[in-house]
Design a protein around this ligand. Structure first.
Ligand code: ADP
Ligand code: MG
Ligand code: ZN
Length: 558
């Protein structure tokens, strides 16, 4: 049967070989056993049920919560000549009727279905009476009540074992921690499942993260290493995409814009050129990427911060699918943090969701500012421990130095306090550096004792300090007060000189001025950032009344 599977892989799907453990997974399902598949997004989970579904007699049932994507998935299969259909609440009564008829007449190879629909008595009654090849439960982590993606309907899926005796079930997810794993097996009532765990590591991707200065100049310098090679440059907004694409084109790059504001024809044309021509740089919003499978993308650059590490991992994962060396490059700045925070604040989501989104931003920032191996830290975030540094990321190649920033931090904190905790970074820094701006005059801030006490450090250096204090929880951004930077409870000890603060001396070269007589030596560096991150997750979990959990990127949120 595996020969038949290879045949379908090559001739129906047009792929040369199985990837990772696809072959073993398909074999397991073909032999009629249950399976649990943990594979990162983009790893190729779909083939693990689509192919055995075609090899085994009967119709394959694919349970998925991603209603919005079903139509696309089904169209893609239909284009390959596979008889696929879906059932969910987006279909009209007539459309659903047609699908039900096709099911009855046994004319389908694959049926995508939302869990709530599958579990309706009327649906189950129909399905148990026709031959079923297998049942795939995609995004299986939705059965976990600890995750942010819990769907009550998934809990009901345990009935499938007895409703479809002898039909193999395969559960698939990109969530890899042990707790979710056990929970999925138990709650779906999988029978002695074979468990397949893929690593989330992408060894051929080199991670490089820098503080944002003149982003365009930084991008240009980065691109010097990628003459005539394909890549993606992600930007936050449509305007910025258009601007950067035009600017790069003016410098001789084959750069094209891609965002939801372009017409369908333009998007299609640009996508085709990216896929077919060599050396095209796609400058895009996150609207670009889903379902794009170009093997030789040599770099993914982020000119603006993505909204979470999950999103970052997905977006950078589009680089180097052919296994050749590739780079994930990013610049990030305080503006990004404020922008994302505001986006979360302004969204119509409930408070719990917003809290989770904020925690995700904090995790991302902690990762950016971290002084440990990028790859290791990223994998650790996804629940994979490794004890060696990669030797390949920017941190490994060029370990950041740390410096005693206690005095600078005290100046900054007292200045924020004296200006009333009502302003953003720009104004706070202007006062520190003694700039006589209109705003300074308007609020009389030139007469403060903190006016001009920070002339020894530059604008970017102060921004870097603010960013790191934010990550470490000494400062917070108040979205309700238009992004004003405010002191936290924790800031007091620092202001009183009870703790010393060591910060990353990052790419923007924040220099120590004078050596300081250390009072209490509490080094806040390296792992402490991760401790801060863990604490933040713990706090989050406490707030939700659940054990700490891993949160993963969800396509439906983008
Ligand atoms: P997941 O569901 O794990 O996120 P998908 O099943 O959507 O991943 O697959 C991601 C991409 O990888 C798709 O474009 C798919 O066509 C491609 N892919 C999967 N398996 C293979 C393979 N064996 N060879 C080449 N491309 C593959
Ligand atoms: Mg998938
Ligand atoms: Zn490393």
């Amino acid at each position: 049967m595996i020969n038949r599977a290879e045949d379908i892989l090559k001739h129906t799907f047009g792929y040369a070989a199985f990837r990772g453990s696809q072959r073993e997974i398909i074999n397991t399902v073909l032999s009629g056993h249950d399976a649990l598949v943990l594979m990162p997004t983009g790893g190729g989970k779909s083939l693990c049920y689509q192919i055995p579904g075609l090899v085994r007699p009967g119709m394959a049932i694919v349970v998925s919560p991603l209603i919005a994507l079903m139509q696309d998935q089904v169209s893609a299969l239909q284009q390959l000549g596979i008889r696929a259909a879906y059932l969910n609440s987006m279909l009209s009564r007539e459309e659903a009727g047609l699908t039900l008829r096709a099911i009855h007449d046994q004319e389908l190879d694959v049926l995508y279905i939302a869990p709530e629909r599958l579990l309706q008595d009327a649906t189950l009654d129909r399905l148990v009476n026709i031959p079923i090849s297998l049942i795939a439960i995609d995004e299986a982590h939705c059965v976990s009540q600890w995750g942010h993606d819990f769907r009550a309907d998934y809990l009901g899926l345990n009935v499938l074992r007895h409703a479809f005796p002898g039909v193999p079930r395969v559960a698939l997810t990109a969530t890899a921690d042990q707790r979710s794993r056990d929970e999925i097996v138990a709650r779906l009532d999988l029978y002695q499942p074979e468990v397949f765990v893929s690593s989330f590591d992408r060894p051929n991707i080199r991670y490089v993260v820098k503080g944002k200065g003149d982003a365009k100049a930084q991008l240009l310098a980065f691109l010097q290493d990628f003459k005539s090679q394909a890549g993606i440059v992600y930007c936050m907004s449509r305007n910025r995409v258009d601007g950067i694409a035009a600017w790069l084109a003016g410098r001789g790059f084959k750069a094209l814009p891609y965002h939801a504001g372009l017409s369908a024809e333009e998007r299609q044309a640009h996508q085709q050129r990216f896929l077919r021509e060599e050396g095209v740089i796609m400058v895009a919003t996150i609207a670009f990427g889903m379902g794009i499978d170009k093997p030789d993308v040599r770099f993914v650059a982020h000119l603006d911060l993505p909204k979470s590490l999950e999103a970052y991992y997905q977006e950078t994962g589009r680089a180097g699918r052919d296994g050749q060396p590739s780079v994930a490059w990013m610049v990030y700045g305080l503006q990004d943090v404020v922008r994302i925070g505001k986006m979360v604040q302004d969204s119509s989501a409930n408070e719990q969701f917003k809290r989770i989104e904020r925690a995700k931003i904090d995790s991302l920032l902690a990762w950016c500012e971290s002084t440990t191996c990028r790859r290791r830290a990223l994998l650790r975030y996804f629940g994979e421990e490794s004890d060696t540094a990669c030797g390949n990321c920017d941190v490994c190649m060029n370990p950041p130095k740390t410096w005693d920033a206690t005095e600078a931090a005290q100046k900054l904190l007292s200045n924020i306090y004296r200006t009333g905790q009502r302003f953003g970074a720009g104004h706070v820094i202007d006062v520190l550096r003694g700039k006589k701006t209109d705003k300074v005059a308007q609020f009389g801030h030139h007469s403060l004792s903190t006016f001009g006490i920070g002339v020894d450090l530059g604008d970017q250096q102060w921004r870097s300090i603010i960013r790191q204090l934010l990550v470490q929880g000494y400062l917070s951004v108040n979205e309700q007060a238009y992004g004003a930077i405010q002191l936290t409870e924790k800031a007091r000890a620092l202001l009183r000189g009870e703790v010393a603060l060591f910060l990353r001396q990052d790419a923007m070269n924040v220099k120590p001025n004078r050596p300081r007589r250390a009072s209490t030596q509490v080094a806040v560096a390296d792992n402490d950032l991760w401790e801060a991150l863990k604490a933040c997750r713990k706090e989050l979990a406490d707030a939700l009344g659940v054990p700490p959990f891993h949160v993963f990127h969800d396509a439906t949120l983008m």
